[in-house]
Design a protein around this ligand. Structure first.
Ligand SMILES: *Cc1c(COP(=O)(O)O)cnc(C)c1O
Length: 394
């Protein structure tokens, strides 16, 4: 099997599995219990908090553990909305190609009376900082822009947007789920006020993540109950998962530059190889891009069929986000960067991991070329395009 779907989830690292197993075997007490066995679990928890905070340039008190990226996004946005409403500010700025955890939360807030400005994403898959600046108003209570897009891998100018938000005194939330552990992220240098991350995107376990909230920025709980996480997130902490998340994050960051160099070389070979396919185009900027992300549109085919035939050849890939697969709507991300419906339907995302070899990359290129040409062989759209009944777009 060639696994090229690391943007959907990653395989847990051996070290993370070991940390998790140890925590389950030895530190299984409740960290809120006062006897020594509980306090031992509490120590594991707080040590993980210290390690995670250090990696992103935060203080331990600024880290709240959550069930993953979606919960962190929901809590960050809802909190900022509540804090904003108390000051009579009910305007939020975001972009059209955010993850659904952000977009659907904003949809709900809109129904609750907030005004949402979704900035356009340009053809290169990048938000323009000057457009963020122009959208900020007196009543803006939050800017939320993702660090790196989960479908097309484009890396946003977060530092510049951070500077603008700081100048204008508007809290800045960043969904950094695809970035943390893969590219350098530092909440001080990037001037981020709230940040979401998820362990299963950097070789940690599923169902655990964290929310960074800068000191002085209010945080309200989504989940009511006990006083865990300083009253900001009720529920007994997932100690083994949190400990494993810290191990996975440190490991990813310690190997970041060597991993990125290898991934970037493999990514660029994939892009060059797939560009040889006629009427195909890379989605998103080739440079401001996650080291492991390749996303193409192929005219005249359906992404779903492409995926199934690649699966037959042992290649795991994706056609847009996992949340939308199974529905016939094309990806909102590809539509946001200006791809028309027909073209957006024929998309392929390859998100490779560190373990990928040159031979595997060549096999992916060969397979995609063969499968695209096979599918075009009986596609009515392709026949019309070839007969000149419809113009090619790509
Ligand atoms: C995966 C992902 C999420 C959701 O994280 P979960 O831990 O799966 O809830 C949010 N945002 C982005 C950009 C993601 O890639």
């Amino acid at each position: 099997m060639i696994y090229a779907d690391n943007a959907a989830t990653t395989r847990m690292s051996e070290a993370a599995i070991q940390t998790m197993t140890e925590a389950m075997q030895s530190s299984w007490g409740n960290p809120s219990s006062l006897y020594a066995h509980g306090q031992e679990a509490k120590e594991v928890l707080e040590e993980a908090r210290n390690r995670i905070a250090k990696v992103i340039g935060a203080e331990p008190k600024e880290i709240t553990f959550t069930s993953g990226g979606s919960e962190a996004d929901n809590q960050a946005i809802r909190s900022a909305a509540v804090a904003g409403a108390r000051k009579g500010r009910k305007h939020i700025i975001s972009s059209a190609f955010e993850h659904h955890a952000v977009l659907h939360t904003l949809d709900k807030l809109q129904k609750e009376g907030y005004e949402i400005t979704l900035l356009d994403v340009h053809e290169d898959g990048l938000v323009r900082p000057e457009e963020v600046a122009a959208a900020i108003r007196e009543d803006t209570c939050l800017v939320t822009i993702m660090y790196a897009n989960n479908e097309i891998g484009t890396i946003q100018p977060i530092r510049e947007i951070g500077r603008i938000c700081r100048q204008r005194k508007v809290p800045f939330h960043v969904d950094a789920v695809q970035a943390v552990g893969h590219i350098p992220v530092n909440v001080e240098e990037d001037q981020i006020d709230l940040l979401s991350a998820s362990a299963h995107k950097f070789h940690g376990p599923k169902g655990v993540g964290f929310l960074y909230v800068r000191k002085g920025i209010p945080l309200f709980p989504l989940i009511e109950g006990g006083a865990q996480e300083r009253g900001k997130r009720a529920g007994t902490e997932n100690v083994p998962g949190i400990a494993a998340m810290a191990t996975a994050l440190e490991e990813s960051v310690n190997h970041m530059s060597e991993n990125a160099a290898h991934l970037q070389a493999m990514r660029d070979r994939l892009i060059d190889g797939l560009r040889e396919i006629p009427h195909a185009a890379l989605n998103g900027d080739a440079v401001h891009r996650l080291p492991g992300n390749v996303n193409f549109c192929f005219e005249g085919i359906e992404g779903e069929s492409l995926l199934l035939l690649l699966d037959d050849r042992g290649i795991c890939a994706s056609s847009g986000s996992a949340c939308t697969s199974g529905s016939l709507d094309p990806s909102h991300v590809l539509l946001a960067i200006g791809r028309v419906h027909d073209v957006a339907h024929g998309s392929l995302r390859l998100s490779i991991g560190e373990e990928i070899t040159e031979a595997e990359v060549e096999e992916i290129i060969r397979s995609v070329k063969e499968v695209v040409s096979y599918l075009r062989g009986f596609s009515p759209i392709w026949r019309d395009l070839m007969a000149g009944k419809k113009p090619f777009i790509l």
